[in-house]
Design a protein around this ligand. Structure first.
Ligand code: FEO
Ligand code: CA
Ligand code: CA
Length: 688
């Protein structure tokens, strides 16, 4: 998240608490031991060659070799064994890694991508144009796209979630005597610091370096023109003065979690975007449900509307209060172009980004595809990160053809698999089973009707995805963040970061009141597209939490709170990143990244286990970030020799390129979010 932009408001007032009894105040562990999420469930995913799961696809990758679904040839569990010792917690202005590893800063905020940008200046005086041609601020989700088989040359796509205005400008943002933003270049710089960076990097003598002026380098900002695809393309709901035919929207904002596709494109997710807009008039139902503000925008970008130097309503568009005679004459629909999964083809520097509206419109955290199976639909999972919000999946109409992984027309693959399909929302039931509820006009509502009673089209359902999910009886969750899919088992894992406002009722999937520490839930799809089975993999907790708190038996060497970033690498290692706000853990360690290999944690019957006191040494702390930061975004090279992670909103870092040295007392710096590359000193595979 970012405590800075997270909106604590409970927007979901639907009282959707299908299982609203407090289940068991004593929370005995048996409540969480999974029922039958055994490896047998894997046959539903089919035996599937690992090559097809190796999704760092690019034009030069080997075509995936599908096997028939009934051929049990693929390994059903990882062979990875974590080869490092869990490291102690750390509270310094540096990063911490295990013995035998080193970490270095790469591509910090303000790194020039081309010759139009001046070098980053430590007084905050870089211009808006500099920022448009440099790496953005507050790095978040990320993926590495290789450019060769050796994996020492590639493109890093980096999300930039939000900005620290005090660090971005020499002395913070400027306001006039009326409290309005008054400096155009400042506001443009803020808009340009948002979005996504595509950065060419090369490994030279064991160190990754940004390739300046490379033709692949590019920025997508809060102002970049993007295409709308899927059900809302050319919809009247997207008509604006800028795009009267509803075909385009400007910018991507608050890009938090990410995903990627099997065909080699990047997915960036629009999370806490509503606060960038304002409607001072009467709000629509969907605007109220998602939380569009009534008084002002987050950073006041609308304040400069009508300024003589404004170009193409670049500031006016953030104020959606109707002023014109129709939607084509104002920006009442501007925010309808936001809240989506956005697809970017990093391999084609001339391509536009595409907003994939079929995957729903909400505060998307991440987007991950389910285990691939030839001839079966593709599934994408995405959580809505707000308190009491829901988990969604999109199932494509098109069925998977492994040859598409190597298409050179990558965005057309997005058109094929991401524009038409069915959006579902999750209902978690007792006894470890669950149901995916379709968000379609004929989707059943809890009052015995259908969504057609409340919506006249699929477009309307998508615009107010959360409102539709309320009506069908989805399960309110403790802030769904990132999801990740085990390449061996197909099990899907989802971080539920925390929910301190869960004060009245729990449900089976969110069983702790005042859930300050969060948990990770997982599920396996069932035989039918609407069925799944689930359990809770691990609960965050301080190591000295009582028996009702430290349900997973965490120790000093792996205590964590507020799990957020989550990723599997193709070896089956699950990487867990934290964005902790709980002092009980925060006083022991800064935010961190842990690792575990879930598919190897089996009981005597071959069923996957949860983290418990009996096996908690499997969960190891690998990395700790500097003071004040959140650790977020994970990428790894195809040869596993470099892991990339992002340090967002550090307090006082990096003071030099040597992130492993502590800042001497008394020295403070203008903090810079950055990617950190983590390598073994002997050049071997990271983690094992
Ligand atoms: Fe931007 Fe939900 O973390
Ligand atoms: Ca978060
Ligand atoms: Ca996050």
């Amino acid at each position: 998240m970012s405590k800075a932009t997270f909106n604590p408001t409970r927007f979901n007032n639907s009282n959707n608490t299908p299982f609203n009894e407090v289940m068991d105040k004593h929370l005995s562990r048996r409540n969480f031991v999974k029922r039958g999420l055994g490896l047998s469930a894997m046959t539903a995913f089919g035996g599937f060659g690992l090559s097809a799961c190796g999704s760092d696809n690019n034009d030069s990758s080997t075509p995936a070799t599908p096997t028939t679904p009934t051929t049990p040839t693929a390994p059903t569990q990882s062979s990875a064994v974590l080869g490092f010792e869990s490291i102690p917690g750390s509270l310094t202005d540096a990063v911490a890694v295990p013995a035998g590893y080193s970490a270095y800063v790469l591509a910090p905020w303000g790194t020039p991508l081309n010759s139009k940008a001046a070098a980053w200046k430590d007084d905050g005086s870089n211009t808006a144009d500099d920022q448009a041609n440099s790496v953005g601020m507050h790095h978040d989700g990320m993926h590495f796209f290789p450019l060769n088989d050796a994996g020492d040359d590639g493109l890093l796509c980096i999300n930039h979630e939000y900005i620290d205005e005090d660090a971005l400008h020499p002395t913070g943002p400027t306001y006039d005597t009326d409290g309005k933003r008054s400096v155009i270049d400042e506001v443009r710089k803020e808009i340009n610091a948002h979005g996504v960076s595509v950065v060419r990097i090369k490994l030279v003598s064991g160190m990754w370096q940004v390739v300046e002026n490379d033709s692949y380098n590019r920025r997508f900002t809060g102002a970049s023109v993007m295409d709308i695809a899927g059900p809302l393309a050319y919809s009247s709901y997207l008509e604006t003065r800028y795009s009267p035919d509803g075909s385009q929207a400007r910018g991507t904002l608050n890009n938090c979690g990410n995903g990627y596709t099997p065909w080699g494109t990047y997915l960036t997710c629009e999370e806490n975007w509503p606060e960038y807009f304002v409607n001072k008039g009467e709000k629509t139902e969907s605007q109220s449900r998602i939380g569009i503000p009534s008084t002002d925008t987050r950073y006041g970008w609308n304040h400069l509307a009508g300024n003589d130097d404004e170009r193409l309503d670049e500031f006016a568009r953030f104020d959606m209060t109707p002023t014109g005679s129709s939607a084509a004459n104002d920006y009442r629909n501007e925010s309808n172009g936001h809240g989506y999964i956005v697809e970017i083809d990093p391999y084609n520097p001339n391509s536009r980004a595409v907003k994939r509206t079929a995957l729903g419109r909400f505060r998307h955290e991440g987007c991950v595809f389910g285990k691939l199976e030839e001839g079966k639909p593709l599934t994408f999972y995405s959580g809505h990160d707000s308190r009491f919000e829901y988990l969604y999946k999109f199932v494509s109409d098109a069925v998977w053809d492994a040859a598409d992984a190597n298409s050179s027309n990558r965005l057309s693959m997005g058109d094929k698999y991401m524009n038409a399909g069915t959006l579902y929302v999750a209902k978690f039931s007792e006894d470890g089973v669950g149901e995916w509820l379709p968000l379609t006009l004929d989707g059943m509502t809890t009052d015995g009707g259908t969504l057609a009673d409340s919506f006249s089209s699929l477009e309307e359902i998508i615009l107010n995805t959360a409102g539709a999910a309320d009506l069908v009886g989805a399960t309110p969750m403790d802030r769904p963040e990132w999801a990740a899919v085990d390449p061996f088992t197909g099990s899907v894992y989802l971080t539920l970061t925390n929910n301190s406002r869960r004060t009245e009722s729990t449900n089976p999937a969110n069983p702790r009141l005042n859930n300050n520490f969060g948990h990770i839930i997982r599920w396996d799809e069932g035989e039918a597209a609407t069925d799944f089975s689930w359990d809770i993999f691990v609960f965050g907790s301080p190591d000295d939490g009582d028996a009702e708190t430290n349900l997973s038996g965490l120790t000093d060497l792996n205590q964590f709170a507020s799990p957020d970033g989550l990723a599997f690498d193709t070896r089956g290692i699950l990487w867990v990143q934290t964005d902790n706000g709980a002092s009980e853990v925060g006083e022991e360690t800064n935010d961190q990244m842990l690792a575990i290999v879930p598919s190897t944690m089996l009981d005597a019957d071959g069923n996957q286990q949860v983290v418990s006191a009996d096996n908690q040494t499997q969960l190891k702390r690998f990395f700790v970030g500097p003071n004040g930061c959140e650790v977020t975004g994970f990428a790894i090279t195809p040869d596993y020799t470099t892991v990339f992670a992002n340090i967002q909103h550090p307090g006082n870092w990096p003071y030099s390129d040597k992130a492993d040295e502590e800042t001497p007392a008394g020295i403070t710096v203008r903090p810079r979010a950055a990617t950190v590359m983590i390598r073994k000193d002997d050049g071997g595979a990271v983690g094992v």
